[in-house]
Design a protein around this ligand. Sequence first.
Ligand code: MN
Length: 413
Amino acid sequence: MRFAVLADAHIGRSIPLAIAEHRRRAFSRAFTKAVDAIVEAGVDYVFICGDLFERRTLRPHLVQFTHDELYRLAKETEDRHGKPLKILVVRGNHDGRPQSDTLDYLKHPLAEYLHVFEEGEVTYKDENITVVGLNYYDQIDRAYELYAKPALEEAEGLKVLMVHGFISGYNLVPPYSSSLSLDDLAETGPDYVFSGHYHLKCNEKRLPSGGFVLTPGSLEMYDFGERPEKGFYIVDHGEEPEFTWVPIEPLHHMKQARIDSDWRRNPAWFSNRVLEEVELFRAELERAGKEGYLRIRVRGPLRDGFPGDIDLEPVTRLTQDDPSLLWVDVDTLGVEMPLVAGAPEREQIDVAEFFAPLGEFAGEIGEMHTRVREALEEQASATTGLLTATQRAPLVEEWVERFEARKFREEDP
Ligand SMILES: [Mn+2]
């Protein structure tokens, strides 16, 4: 028996919005490439492990596109390999919420090739296989205990678990995210665990109980700074299963660069460095024969001038002249102002006057401002320059009281 395992197609993804059309095209194309390759491979089951779509609400033509591609996948597999195909789909966090997801539009009573897991109906079973499909939940560990575990314990024969969530000890789980552990999974003894949600490709890993976990990652570059290793897996089930990676070359070159300086520099230094990065990127595009987008994060202190003095005009001109440069985003939020700029003026601002449009309340703001300044001068920590929580509390309380005593909106007529 042969499987295709894919996840996180994110059809319809349009972020960054500045290049929305390019991005939508990239994700649709990746899905079509996957469908072509799966038809070629001639599989029995396709496992789509969540986030087939980017959003709950999508342009209708994209939903139609997905529907048609899934139909083509089943039809061409049958025509070319003479065997029926089953496509199993779980809901990811991007597909929508329970009872209201984009997957609804794919369902059709006559589409026997398609099984979309419904809430509370986690088991799919036929003569070859039992598949437990766990849709996305905030607390995957609890959902697993509640729904998947009993279903897997009951299951007989070849057991597959599909999830949309992180697996710790296998995926690099971000802090504060819920996840399943390899031991959790081993407890129910599945032959395969196929998972989505984690966007980077992982090699298959054997569970302590003997089965395998497999995360194919997203089909296209989901964000800047990702490795461009995108694609899906073909699994040949047998005594010793074989896992074959099928790469899908991302449509665009998507790069994140950093310009960091620990030293004070003038605006021209930053401008030149930005231009160098763009030129380097253009050379990479030319070598790859691709179009692409570049994001540059600039960080460091200025010796003089303002962040606005970093001249980005040459970059804008290059982007206009070179059609392979689809987008260059330069983020200078991390550029720090020179030490002296602005400081003396700030002292001279009359707070009450500054807030004069607020009427009488401006006087109270002025008073509170003075009180806070005095407290800081008398009590602030020598190391942090801040008040402690207990020193701050009475001031905060008084602020809130003064605010609550005021009405800032006209009464309803
Ligand atoms: Mn995803």
